[in-house]
Design a protein around this ligand. Structure first.
Ligand code: SAM
Length: 244
């Protein structure tokens, strides 16, 4: 019997999940950035700015943005790493990468792009100074495998940064639930013509490990000095870790 996993609140065969996630991101790619601003009231920009600050990228760094989508983090890293750096935009989804490539080109940034699965990264061991994944890990079928891959491609001393939705501060939970399960699908329908993908977003956040759970997963993947920062009362969290 094939193993099962979750796609939002649905139980699906492991072999089906990546295809279902692909449908979500093919559907929303052209409206993805607009939806991010609308549903987070621009907060995702602050969370990403904090992530970029914690990454501390310097000229000449090699940086891998996993599940980089429309390239918000990639763009900042490319500016910071400069012409001597090597900053990759990668994602499993072509539609998201097309949107990302066009956005970066409009900002005068040309970076190498790879269409690849985080669970099987096409990069050598010990190559990158920084690896980041923003709002991507939650969608992956085998998060443990993806984290091990990210660790593998980091140089010893390199840093992994995982920005993801997390568990909100308890007193805000019922308000946040109301917002997530009614406003998000409504916004999705109005702006992206797709309520289901934003219902999946709300559900997938609930199925993702909480702050401590993700910290443990990162330790299990062999990462050291794992810590996290709650952002906006835990709506999101940034986990960081070092490969020793
Ligand atoms: N990092 C971008 C950001 O913060 O705006 C995009 C995040 S978007 C919510 C999630 C991305 O994860 C999508 O572009 C999706 O295609 C990608 N993704 C999902 N599963 C993946 C996998 N196994 N490997 C690589 N990318 C994946």
């Amino acid at each position: 019997m094939s193993k099962t996993t979750h796609f939002g609140f649905q139980k699906v065969a492991e072999t089906e999940k990546a295809g279902k996630v692909a449908e979500v991101f093919h559907s929303v790619a052209s409206k993805y950035d607009l939806m991010n601003d609308a549903m987070s009231l621009g907060l995702h920009r602050l969370w990403k700015t904090f992530t970029v600050a914690q990454a501390g990228v310097r000229p000449g760094f090699r940086v891998l943005d996993v599940a980089g989508g429309t390239g918000d983090l990639t763009a900042e890293f490319a500016r910071q790493a400069g012409p001597d750096g090597e900053v990759w935009l990668t994602d499993i989804n072509e539609s998201m990468l097309h949107a990302g490539r066009d956005k970066l080109l409009n900002q005068g940034l040309v970076v190498p792009i790879s269409l690849c699965d985080a669970e099987k990264l096409p990069f050598p061991d010990d190559h990158f100074d920084r690896v980041t994944v923003a709002f991507g890990l939650r969608n992956m079928t085998h998060k443990d495998v993806a984290l091990s891959e990210m660790r593998r491609v980091l140089k010893p001393g390199g840093k992994l940064l995982v920005l993801e939705f997390s568990r909100v501060w308890k007193p805000l939970q019922s308000l946040y639930d109301k917002y997530s399960f009614s406003v998000l699908p409504w916004l999705g329908k109005r702006i992206a013509g797709d309520a289901d993908s934003y219902r999946y977003l709300a559900e997938s956040i609930r199925m993702h490990p909480d702050q401590q759970g993700l910290q443990q997963m990162m330790q299990n993947a062999g990462l050291s000095l794992v810590k996290h920062y709650n952002l906006t009362a835990g709506v999101a969290a940034l986990h960081t870790a070092i490969k020793i």
